[in-house]
Design a protein around this ligand. Sequence first.
Ligand SMILES: NC(=O)c1ccc[n+]([C@@H]2O[C@H](COP(=O)([O-])OP(=O)(O)OC[C@H]3O[C@@H](n4cnc5c(N)ncnc54)[C@H](OP(=O)(O)O)[C@@H]3O)[C@@H](O)[C@H]2O)c1
Length: 301
Amino acid sequence: MKVLITGATGLIGSELTEKLLKNDHSVNYLTTSISKIANKNNYKGFYWNPQDGTIDENCIEGVDVIVHLAGASISKKWTNNYKQELIESRLLSAHLLFGLVKKSQNQVKQFISASGTAIYPDSFSKVYDENSPEIEDSFLSNLVVKWEESANQFQLLSIKTTVLRTGIVFSAKGGALAEMVKPIKFGVGSGFGSGKQVQSWIHIQDLVNLYYFAIINQTEGILNAVAPNPISNQELTKTIARILKKPLILPNIPQFVMKLILGEMHILLFQNKTIIPKRALQLGFKFEFDTAEKALNDILK
Ligand SMILES: NC(=O)c1ccc[n+]([C@@H]2O[C@H](COP(=O)([O-])OP(=O)(O)OC[C@H]3O[C@@H](n4cnc5c(N)ncnc54)[C@H](OP(=O)(O)O)[C@@H]3O)[C@@H](O)[C@H]2O)c1
């Protein structure tokens, strides 16, 4: 199978690329950096610039599946300009791919897009699965809705579409977990707010396996890309500290302090969403890291 990946040079994309190559698939990828373009037998880079509508059209040759991971990082301060970049980097890129697939001779059968759990509203009582109709009214959630619409437009071309609503990715190589771990490592860690807010997370290896599963099984529709056992912020912080054998300083950091430091983005630390991967489990996907304890032991060891 030949897979075209956008954002292949990022945290998730680089691991997915490795998994596909190991299993004898070929990877084409689109990058916004000319310096990241490589050209090997089964691994070929192509330049694009979604902002000005540039794309190397050769990228689509022989491609069976497109995996769209590209997007400006959510963990930078959300100024008005940056909010625009968060939106455009995901939507203009999807539209550019759509235009190319529509006008070219190709054999693309499936379009898979990253998506986010931000779409679900905060709740202490609800457990969300892929059938939950509730949608939060926030900047990030509205972005996710448009992001998923941009993926679903591929159905107009009779292409199967899948979106992976991804929780916080636990990886040793970066992302949100690395930021949570830093202060704890230095002995100045603590929880946030009441610490009761539930966070839905997934080990990078399970996430990559789920993308692979979606490709191999030509999955359609929504998949919650989260582990089956979400965890409260307090438990998560305590577990990290225990594994690292570090103390936690008390009390927890109040929300207004984090708002002063991070601006609107601080809500990521206080979101309270219990989300389960009902469809993945129903489809027979096996999580290797089903509890945060297992995942953190693997990553922080
Ligand atoms: N990591 C998480 O916890 C998490 C959680 C939920 C959802 N997601 C989503 O999953 C996707 C992949 O996440 P990741 O953690 O692998 O992200 P990442 O490490 O930040 O990589 C994203 C890639 O997107 C490309 N990119 C960055 N800015 C861009 C822009 N302005 N225009 C076009 N392309 C741009 C870059 O590739 P080039 O430099 O090669 O162009 C970059 O390597 C993202 O859409 C992210 O929002 C991630």
